[in-house]
Design a protein. Structure first.
Length: 711
């Protein structure tokens, strides 16, 4: 079976995708390479054009120098004087040509003019002057004989109209020198001055940086004036005819021709053979193809490697997906527990309703709330987790045996819950009595309160059912047995101390005598017991007493490490299950509190006591350190330093701490708005109140109220 007829695998699919990407990027690179070659060709041509412009300007500048030298020499007084002598004298032997010869020698020796010699000719006299001296014209032209420029040619030039003429380059003398004649002959003049420019020296000087350039100088009539190289072939007719624009080029027979115009209608033509450009482009082609081939090879190897590396984890993911699906199927019971918990606690989720109970089916919820016994009252204590496990192992099998459609699960570490479909309340209560008998056989480690909800008719009421059984469980009596609560007792919901009770308790706590504390507290405890108060009411009494004790300790500025002695006893109070346990625990608690207070009072300072008492009682007034200093007959600075040394914080810190603590109580227990609370605790400015409150609690007053109201 071939590669293409097989069932496509993940590896082949990934590899094919990589190959398509490689092909796309290769085509893109080839396109870019083509554009790059075109751009490089244009850049090379433009570079040659700039070089041509620079070289042509230098030729133009040099010809202008020669032209200027011709004019100056022709109009020089020595030449004019000698010309007058020639006109007046018939005997050439008597003429004084020395000044003219010296002038010509000076010009030809100027290295910047590149002149080989100069000739001064006359129309009417067979006389000529050059750098060697004067004599018959034929004799002087012997050393500069040229087939292109015989003496008769120069004699014919006396009849021309142009003042300056640049003649075509030719070979002069033997061995021949390539010279470019440049002559001046005004219209009415009988003499003519010819400058012989050394073409080879001038070429070598101008093309010193570009020795291989092939230049052609054309006259205004497109006639050939000079070629820098004998290898330069004949110019094409369209090139010689001037059909190349200034910024364009002409490509003929593998040669690029560039043209640049200079003064007097002359043009300089640059011939660039295509092999030069082709060689550079060929090197570029080879380099780019090598790079492209290497890149494609690396990309192919990388594609195969990545395809294998991607294929392996994806296969493992698919395998893990199958395993996870199987695990989820095996753990369907745990997922069902989760659905129940989220619905009962009103936790929003996107999952549909769970299948065990339909939306319109009647159901009953039973809550089993565990009260763990403190280790102080158990001979062989076990952990709370072990206690929960032991009790849960008794609840679940019994409920599943009597009600197969029910579902029992653990909500919290101290709570179990059973959901019973249908409305068989009598059967449920009978089963719970059986469970009660089993649990009552061993009450050493914990007590269980069983709260039975009303019958509900829709699944959306699960949250309400859960809240109902939680509230009912808190109304259980403080009894050493398993209790089944089926009714809600609304009169057993809250317990608070009266103002008189708070005052008596504060006095007893501040006295430092544990017996006074017990004499105040125990009657309240016995009253709740006679009243058959709920567990929640006993908890509220405990919280009220411990909170008041904490305030007394704060009043005496008890250090946290000392107050920490009460932490184990506070936890023990939270786990009391009988009146006797409460009595014993509070006796220990009050003993520690009394010991701390007595120790603090023994080392108390009357000045500090007065200051703290004023702060405690008059915190809402406009207190200041100056007022207290006047009362104590002390200086303000001394009192401030004294308070700081004795208590560790300054006066304003004491005042702000007291105000913020009172504000916390008002935020939790009253409906006053925040500004009213700020004024009531002593802050006339709401901004100051917000700042001080957040500085000490970490939250604003509004956030603090919302957080505690929600909790």
């Amino acid at each position: 079976m071939s590669f293409f007829t097989r069932q496509p695998s993940l590896f082949r699919t990934i590899l094919t995708s990589f190959l398509i990407l490689i092909l796309i990027f290769s085509c893109f690179n080839l396109l870019i390479f083509g554009l790059l070659k075109s751009h490089l060709r244009s850049e090379m041509i433009e570079q040659n054009r700039l070089t041509l412009q620079k070289v042509a300007d230098r030729y133009q500048m040099q010809l202008n120098r020669v032209k200027e030298a011709l004019y100056k020499e022709f109009t020089d007084k020595d030449v004019i004087t000698f010309n007058n002598q020639v006109s007046l004298s018939k005997d050439t032997d008597t003429l004084n040509s020395r000044p003219v010869v010296q002038d010509i020698q000076g010009l030809t020796s100027d290295s910047e003019l590149y002149l080989d010699t100069m000739f001064l000719l006359f129309r009417t006299t067979d006389l000529a002057v050059n750098k060697m001296g004067s004599g018959p014209a034929a004799a002087l032209f012997t050393d500069y004989a040229s087939a292109a420029y015989p003496l008769s040619y120069w004699q014919a030039q006396f009849d021309r109209r142009e003042n300056f003429v640049l003649h075509a380059a030719a070979s002069f003398g033997s061995p021949g020198k390539t010279l470019i004649p440049y002559s001046i002959k005004p219209a009415l003049s009988d003499n003519m001055l010819i400058a012989m420019v050394d073409a080879d020296r001038l070429r070598d000087a101008i093309l010193r940086d570009h020795p291989g350039m092939q230049l052609t100088l054309l006259g205004a009539d497109s006639s050939l004036l000079y070629r820098t190289s004998s290898d330069t072939g004949e110019l094409p007719k369209q090139v010689q005819a001037g059909k190349i624009a200034q910024n364009d080029y002409l490509f003929v027979n593998g040669v690029y021709y560039l043209s640049y115009g200079i003064e007097d209608g002359m043009r300089v033509i640059l011939a660039v053979s295509s092999p030069d450009l082709a060689a550079k482009l060929l090197r570029l082609d080879n380099l780019m193809m090598i790079l492209l081939s290497v890149s494609i090879l690396i990309a192919l190897l990388a594609a195969i490697s990545f395809s294998k590396r991607i294929n392996k984890p994806v296969r493992e993911l698919l395998k893990e997906k199958t395993e996870i699906q199987q695990t989820l199927q095996d753990q369907q019971s745990l997922l069902t527990n989760y659905h129940y918990i989220t619905r009962l606690k009103n936790i929003s989720h996107d999952a549909p309703d769970w299948p065990p109970i339909s939306a319109e089916e009647t159901f009953t919820v039973v809550l089993y709330e565990l009260r763990f016994r403190s280790a102080a009252f158990v001979q062989t204590p076990v952990s709370h987790d072990q206690t929960s496990l032991l009790i849960g192992d008794q609840i679940k099998p019994l409920m599943e045996a009597h009600f197969p459609a029910s579902h029992t699960f653990q909500m919290e570490h101290h709570q179990f819950l059973t959901v019973f479909p249908g409305g068989e309340r009598e059967r449920i209560l009978a089963t719970l009595e059986t469970l009660k008998a089993a649990l009552d056989r061993d009450l050493r480690f914990g007590l269980v309160t069983i709260a039975v909800s009303s019958a509900f008719e829709h699944s959306v009421q699960f949250g309400h059912a859960y809240r109902q059984v939680k509230d009912m469980a808190q109304q259980a009596r403080l009894a050493e047995e398993t209790q089944i609560v089926t009714d809600f007792r609304p009169h057993l919901t809250a317990y608070t101390l009266t103002l008189a009770q708070e005052k008596d308790l504060t006095t007893a706590l501040m006295s430092g005598k544990e017996q006074d504390m017990l004499d105040i507290f125990l009657p309240w405890l016995e009253e709740l017991a006679r009243y058959e108060a709920s567990i929640d009411m006993f908890n509220q009494l405990t919280q009220a007493v411990t909170a008041k004790a904490q305030k007394v300790l704060e009043h005496y500025k008890i250090q946290p490490d000392i107050a920490w002695q009460l932490k184990p006893l506070t936890l023990q109070l939270d786990e009391c299950c009988t009146v006797a346990e409460y009595r014993q625990s509070f006796a220990s608690y009050f003993t520690v509190v009394a010991s701390i207070v007595r120790e603090k009072k023994d080392t108390s300072d009357p000045v500090i006591d007065h200051v703290l008492s004023v702060v405690q009682e008059r915190y809402a007034d406009d207190l200041s350190l100056d007022t207290l200093a006047d009362q104590l007959n002390l200086s303000t600075s001394y009192l401030s330093t004294y308070i700081k040394e004795k208590t560790g914080v300054n006066f304003m810190e004491h005042l702000h701490d007291r105000r913020v603590r009172n504000a916390q109580e008002l935020l939790q227990n009253t409906d006053l708005n925040i500004q009213e609370i700020g004024v009531q605790v002593g802050y006339r400015n709401i901004s100051s109140f917000n700042r001080m409150f957040k500085n000490r609690t970490g939250t604003s007053p509004g956030e603090y109220r919302r957080m505690h109201r929600t909790s």
